[in-house]
Each structure stands twice: as structure tokens, then as C-alpha cells.
Design a binder for this molecule. Sequence first.
Ligand SMILES: Cc1cc2nc3c(=O)[nH]c(=O)nc-3n(C[C@H](O)[C@H](O)[C@H](O)COP(=O)(O)O)c2cc1C
Length: 182
Amino acid sequence: MIMRALVVYESMYGNTREIAGNIADGLRADYEVTLVPVASATVELVAGADLLVTGAPTHMHGLSSVVTRRMAARAAAKDGSGLRLDPYAGGPGLSEWLKGLGRRGGLAAAFDTRINGVAAITGRASRPIARLLKRHGYRLAAAPQSFLVSWDTTPLDGEADRARRWGMTIAAASKTYLPAHV
Ligand SMILES: Cc1cc2nc3c(=O)[nH]c(=O)nc-3n(C[C@H](O)[C@H](O)[C@H](O)COP(=O)(O)O)c2cc1C
């Protein structure tokens, strides 16, 4: 039986998209994977997934809002910023998407990208993502996970590999929960 995973990401500068792609690669050990930005994450895709993995950048210690996404776009537009907006940067945020998800149930996992530092200081979006997933009836297959970027907003060395391995870990852990694997 084919098991399906849906990976939904929000990304302004591409870091979370890249990490989401690495996680998707790890999940492919056990799942058929669909990787989409929030704007393309339809109700049908969610309904057809045995496992939902969602991630977003950390903005102002938590999930992004219209205001912080606007700030991110303005920062990218400044001369010499070196930042490039992701093709889907203008789309809806994960927070709005999750709030509109309705009661679901099933298996899920949450991740974020954030600045390299102590989580108590930087905050981490994976926490509110996990909370929203649970509020919609999802059970978490793994603890929320952060992937780290430098102050100039590029992923730290080794984070792509760690994301791949995390995908494999979730895939393995989910076998405990999904009856089709028993
Ligand atoms: C408006 C804004 C607010 C941010 N706030 C935080 C923060 O509170 N904590 C943190 O660790 N990183 C913060 N960051 C950094 C981003 O989380 C980080 O660069 C992330 O990897 C960007 O992901 P993306 O490339 O997918 O947009 C912020 C970035 C922006 C643009």
C-alpha cells in the first residue's frame, strides 16, 4: 500500500523551502511525497495525506503575519540586501492556512528555520505550528524541530543533511502509528 506524505512550507527567502525539500527527500524512504508552498496546499492534498509535515520561518519569535512578511519583502527590496524573494513569498502564511484547516486528525510534524542561537531568545515557529496542528486533532510523530541559519540568512553547514535525516526519522517513527505499516 502506498503511504502519502504532504510537506507544506512557507518561505520568504528560500531557506524553509530548501529545508522542506531536504525533509521531503528523507521521507521518500517510506512515503510518496508531495512538496508544496502554502498557496498550493489544497484541502484535497491534505485529505489524501497519511502524514502532514509543515514548516515556516521564525518571525518575531513565532509564526509570520501579514506585517512581518511585509517587513521581510521590504528588507529584500533594499539595495545590496543580497536577499531574493521566493517565488511564493507573496502567498498566504502557514498560520492563516493552519487556522483554516478545520478539524482533521491524523499524523503530523512541525519544523521551522530560525537564526542560530538559544531558542529561548530567538523563539521558534515550530512551537506554535505544533500547537495549531494539535488543536486540529493531529498527533505529532516527532518533537518540533528547528533548522538553523546564519545572521546573513543562509542555512548553516550540515543543516541540509540533518533535515534529510529528520525526514527519515519521522518516516520511521510514523510506522508505529500508521496501521498500514504493521
Ligand atoms: C521579519 C523577520 C523577522 C524575523 N524574526 C526572527 C526571530 O524572531 N527569530 C529568529 O530566529 N529568526 C528571525 N528571523 C530570521 C528568519 O527566521 C530566518 O532568516 C529564516 O531562515 C528565513 O526563512 P525563509 O528564507 O524561508 O524566509 C526573522 C526574519 C524576518 C524577515
